[in-house]
Write a protein that binds this ligand. Structure first.
Ligand SMILES: CC(C)(COP(=O)(O)OP(=O)(O)OC[C@H]1O[C@@H](n2cnc3c(N)ncnc32)[C@H](O)[C@@H]1OP(=O)(O)O)[C@@H](O)C(=O)NCCC(=O)NCCS
Length: 185
């Protein structure tokens, strides 16, 4: 499928809450696939996103359909253990940072430059802030490469998270790694 950039638009979930169900369905679909294979319940995801919509939750719309999302949060609101925050502080100024909490493009539009375009918009918009994110460390080379292209560096800061496997229906442990990008300003 060839992507036409003109047919894309970005909407904030806060002003478009009627799209919350579509966002939840896409979220569940993205994380059911490799390398995540995570199982989420629709009702739970909807509940979570209703709370989350107070943050900067951007819907990526293509041909009027929710086709991607990027969730941004101020680093100062990061809800993580003190040791993670202290470790991050060595790389970035959390008080002047933006956390990319979730970012995905729908499977059939990937690899065609959409994610890069969105990332360029975010980098420009938040150029005076440090940026950081957390992603899978294992079997995730293409995503790590994607962020490295935008000068995010891998830190030694990792977390083990427990998720429910969509394959075995049992609990699984995944290693997540933090990546950071200092502001140039
Ligand atoms: C990471 C992601 C948002 C990038 O969006 P995208 O529209 O595919 O990105 P682009 O087309 O601009 O760039 C593709 C680059 O990312 C890499 N990439 C990462 N995942 C990819 C995928 N599933 N399919 C195609 N390319 C992928 C490619 O290697 C490519 O590198 P290149 O520029 O050297 O060719 C998207 O692949 C995605 O949604 N992945 C699944 C969800 C996810 O893991 N999100 C990150 C969690 S923090």
């Amino acid at each position: 499928m060839t992507i036409n950039a003109e047919r894309f638009k970005l909407l904030n979930l806060r002003e478009h809450r009627h799209l919350l169900d579509d966002l939840a369905k896409l979220y569940i679909q993205v994380f059911l696939e490799a390398p995540y294979f995570e199982k989420y319940e629709f009702e739970e995801v909807c509940k979570e996103f209703t709370i989350y919509s107070k943050y900067h939750t951007i819907l990526i719309i293509y041909d009027e359909k929710v086709s991607g999302f990027i969730f941004l949060k101020s680093g100062s609101e990061l809800n993580k253990p003190t040791e993670i925050k202290d470790a991050l502080q060595k790389y970035i100024n959390l008080e002047n940072s933006v956390y990319i909490d979730e970012f995905a493009i729908c499977n059939n539009y990937r690899g065609q430059g959409v994610g890069s375009k969105i990332m360029e918009i975010i980098l420009e918009q938040y150029k005076s802030y440090d940026l950081f994110l957390r992603t899978n460390l294992v079997n995730n080379n293409s995503v790590l490469k994607f962020y490295k292209k935008f000068n995010f560096e891998i830190t030694p800061i990792t977390e083990i998270v427990e998720t429910e496997s969509a394959i075995t229906q049992t609990k699984q442990m995944d290693t997540r790694v933090y990546m950071v990008k200092k502001t140039n300003n």
